[in-house]
Design a binder for this molecule. Structure first.
Ligand code: 13P
Length: 256
């Protein structure tokens, strides 16, 4: 049984006062929602105050990126041990914006994944094809390659969460249909079984990301291999984020 995880990737949004307000809204909204784990990934600058804000709630705290080295002359970067010190338990690695806007390549991403798990944190490793890849029928090839590049048997699966985010669905309002998403999630699970083993693959959560909204969350969550969501735009509004959690919770409890 995989507990659904609803993760909010705030990207570069929210001033500190707005961040506090958002967390307060989420904390209030989730009080009656059961059977779903909740993660927020605010900008690095807000991690210390957000750790205080989530204390005493079941909201978990994550970062959006990390450097692969523990320390060194890397101007502008933040290491995993530094993130851990803030109270972070999760780090997103390989988000498409890091891959495409910041040119993060496979070798670096593989090192980052290992840095996160070495510190005992959970890695949310993102994969996903561009529109060009999809139209050229290369989705499977691209996603399998990204998994091969980022993970391996030296990455403990009990610290791994995979997020499938088709690049063409991120921030565009175009969601993959539940069937399109399920097809790739099944592929990801099969690949995890090939890398680890079937039992491990069956235990590992695979999140869907890309224009997840309250209106499509239940249909996505109902797919057998979709174990939660990595939410961008809709996680910036407490009511929307909570509604996505409520949808995942109803599906998990069999109410939908
Ligand atoms: P949107 O939900 O805004 O499409 O963003 C998805 C995403 O990139 C989450 O990491």
């Amino acid at each position: 049984m995989r507990t659904p995880l609803i993760a909010g990737n705030w990207k570069m949004h929210k001033m500190l006062a707005e961040a506090r307000e958002l967390v307060a809204g989420i904390a209030k909204g989730i009080q009656n929602i059961e059977g779903v784990e909740v993660l927020i990934c605010p900008p690095t600058q807000h991690l210390f105050p957000m750790a205080k804000a989530v204390a005493g709630t079941r909201i978990m705290l994550g970062a959006q990126n990390a450097h692969e080295e523990d320390q060194g002359a890397f101007t502008g970067e933040v290491s995993v041990p530094m993130l851990k010190e803030t109270g972070c338990t999760h780090v997103i690695i390989g988000h498409s914006e890091r891959r495409h806007l910041f040119d993060e390549g496979s070798v670096r991403l593989g090192k980052k994944v290992r840095a996160v798990v070495k510190a005992g944190l959970f890695v949310v490793y993102c994969v996903g094809e561009t529109l060009e890849d999809r139209e050229a029928d290369r989705t499977h090839e691209v996603v399998e390659r990204q998994l091969d590049e980022g993970i391996g048997t030296d990455v403990p699966a009990d610290r791994l969460i995979v997020a499938y985010e088709p690049v063409w669905a991120i921030g565009t309002g175009k969601t993959a249909t539940p069937q399109q998403a399920q097809e790739v999630h099944a592929l990801v699970r099969a690949k995890l079984a090939a890398i680890y083993d079937q039992a491990t693959a069956d235990r590992t959560r695979i999140l869907y990301g890309g224009s997840v909204k309250p209106g499509n969350a239940a249909d996505l969550a109902a797919q057998p291999d979709i174990d939660g969501a990595l939410v961008g735009g809709a996680c910036l509004v407490a009511d929307d984020f909570v509604a996505i959690m409520a949808a995942a919770s109803s599906v998990a409890s069999g109410a939908c």
